[in-house]
Design a protein around this ligand. Structure first.
Ligand SMILES: C[S@@+](CC[C@H](N)C(=O)[O-])C[C@H]1O[C@@H](n2cnc3c(N)ncnc32)[C@H](O)[C@@H]1O
Length: 214
């Protein structure tokens, strides 16, 4: 999916992926993210996870849609400082920074502090198969070693729908991040009403810890 697809979804308010609560896997495994220098949240939308993280550790989200970024700050009564760096606009309020622009145009120079942890919820699975290798190579390029990524992903019968969100099997996660050390922290059945209505009969969620291999 290209940038226009996502920007249009925000224009039309088609944001079924957004949750009005902090993600339960972040609450369960957040200590894996708050023990470092800073957290990167790629493809962050206006997730409440950003606020939870920024209360604990410097946090940088990256989001394409200006609508999403503005909603994030206004809905929480925050008045960010805003600076432009070419294609990237940087919003900052305390420990929370959001880089508005294309993740693939973000460099370490846009980061106001080092990040060595990453929370991927609905980011890898939002990308077409062809873009995933570039994405999985991009994250380690932005993260300071030794880094750690916590990934929430899922699998479903790909014959039922094309995505996004996409089904990303464990074998692909391992291949994308090789030679990193990949652990499955949790795997569970999680068919929601939203996807049952779209014809799915099963849905498996996985939580991975992916760690830099020295
Ligand atoms: C499925 S949503 C997930 C949002 C968020 N992670 C959450 O949990 O609510 C994917 C988000 O990624 C953004 N996005 C898509 N491609 C992007 C890119 N190349 N760079 C930055 N953001 C992107 C979209 O605008 C959208 O808000």
């Amino acid at each position: 999916m290209d940038a226009d697809f996502w920007k249009q979804r925000w224009v039309e308010g088609q944001i079924g992926f957004h949750r009005d609560e902090v993600h339960p896997d972040l609450l369960a495994y957040g200590e894996d993210l708050t023990d470092g220098a800073g957290v990167l949240v790629p493809l962050c939308g206006k997730s409440l996870d950003l606020l939870w993280l920024a209360e604990r550790v410097p946090t940088v989200g990256v989001e394409l849609s200006e609508i999403a970024v503005r909603q994030l700050f206004t809905e929480h009564g925050l008045k960010p400082e805003i600076e432009s760096f070419g294609p990237i606009t940087r919003y900052r309020s305390g420990q929370l920074v959001v880089l508005q622009g294309d993740l693939f145009e973000v460099t370490t120079e846009h980061l106001p502090f080092p990040v060595d942890r990453c929370w991927d919820r609905a980011a890898l699975v939002a990308l077409d198969p062809a873009r995933r290798p570039r994405y999985a190579a991009r994250l380690p390029a932005l993260l300071r070693a030794p880094w750690r990524i916590l990934l929430n992903a899922f699998t479903y019968d790909p014959d039922v729908m094309d995505g996004p969100p996409h089904s990303v099997p464990e074998v692909e996660v391992r291949a994308l991040y090789a030679p990193a050390v990949v652990d499955v922290l949790d795997e569970r059945d999680e068919l929601t009403e939203r996807f049952a209505q779209r014809g799915h009969t099963w849905w498996r969620t996985q939580v991975y810890r992916i760690e830099h291999a020295p």
